[in-house]
Design a protein around this ligand. Structure first.
Ligand code: GLU
Length: 303
């Protein structure tokens, strides 16, 4: 199988789909990204990389950053975060607050916003600079020191982030934040605003395909921790469409409202796609179609 040819074909095939769905506009700066962009990259765990389309153009990674903040917290703290966050699919939208009160301030999982705020809060306690730590990890694992925050996107989200403010205050009211609400949100908005290409993101995610081994060849996470993060990605990584994603793609994955998705084939590779137009559950329409085609064609699924 010629992997480059497979990726080229898939990127060609999804072109007619690029108009489907809508670019996220609840963060006004994100709404300006053209819906017709599309890129895809495969980074093999042993080094080779191939990509097609706009795979080297940076985009806002948004919720994909939640995978890296969780990985960092687990690397410092092993599993104590699970006292403050569950690991069950929520079946509700990523920014829903419905369950948070019923569950006494314990978010359903680390990939919905409430859970990610708790993880960022913990990372802030552990490092003093949660967003900076996530950026540092991404720079190191991708080998690209130019990866940075998009201040305009972060400010745009802060201005319109009423639900996230409400959620953070609700968490604080249950004693599930260790740091001031403002500081947690500032770090959360910054980590979500990080701009990366499919190429950088695939390289930076490779440790999850290498059982926790970092780009430098040393263990960043234990194989067990890497397995657990992949498991939570599979069950909770694509909002309230995680069942549909598992059915169609058959891999652990994490999406973001910037239109990116990272998927992991444990032991083999990390695959990233980017198409800004989102379906009703907030996942890239063309991105899911491309990942579906990828696992169907290569047979590289966990099932
Ligand atoms: N920063 C976004 C928010 O909190 C992230 C959402 C996402 O990508 O799912 O609304």
């Amino acid at each position: 199988m010629e992997l480059q040819a497979v990726v080229d074909e898939i990127v060609h095939e999804v072109q007619p789909m690029l108009g489907e769905g809508a670019v996220a506009s609840y963060i006004p700066s994100l709404g300006q990204v053209p819906a017709g962009n599309f890129g895809m990259c495969v980074a093999m765990s042993d080094g080779p990389v191939c990509g097609a389309g706009q795979w080297q153009d940076p985009f806002s990674i948004q919720s994909i950053s939640k995978v890296f903040s969780l990985a960092l917290v687990m690397s410092y703290d092993y599993d104590s975060i699970w006292k403050r966050v569950f690991r069950e699919p929520s079946g509700t939208p990523f920014n829903s607050m419905l369950q948070l009160e019923a569950d006494n301030g314990i978010p359903r999982n680390p990939f919905i916003n409430a859970g990610a705020l708790v993880v960022t809060d913990r990372l802030l306690t552990l490092t003093g600079d949660a967003a900076g730590s996530v950026r540092g990890l991404l720079r190191k694992e991708s080998g690209n020191p130019a990866i940075d925050f998009d201040d305009e996107v972060a400010a745009s989200e802060a201005q319109h982030g009423h639900r996230n403010y409400a959620m953070a205050h609700l968490l604080a009211s249950y004693g599930n934040l260790e740091n001031p609400v403002e500081l947690v949100l500032e770090n959360y908005f910054k980590q979500c605003s990080l701009r990366m290409s499919c190429e950088d993101l695939a390289a930076a995610s490779r440790f999850l395909a290498r059982h926790g081994v970092s780009a430098g060849g040393t263990p960043f996470l234990s194989p067990n921790q890497s397995k657990r993060i992949n498991a939570v990605m599979l069950t909770c990584g694509t909002y309230d469409a995680a069942g549909e994603f598992a059915y169609r793609v058959g891999l652990p994955g994490k999406s973001g409202v910037g239109g990116g998705i990272v998927a992991i084939v444990p032991g083999r590779c990390a695959v990233t796609v980017w198409g800004p137009a989102l379906g009703p559950n907030g996942n890239s329409v063309a991105g899911i179609a491309a990942l579906d085609a990828f696992t169907t064609r290569t047979g590289w699924s966990i099932f």
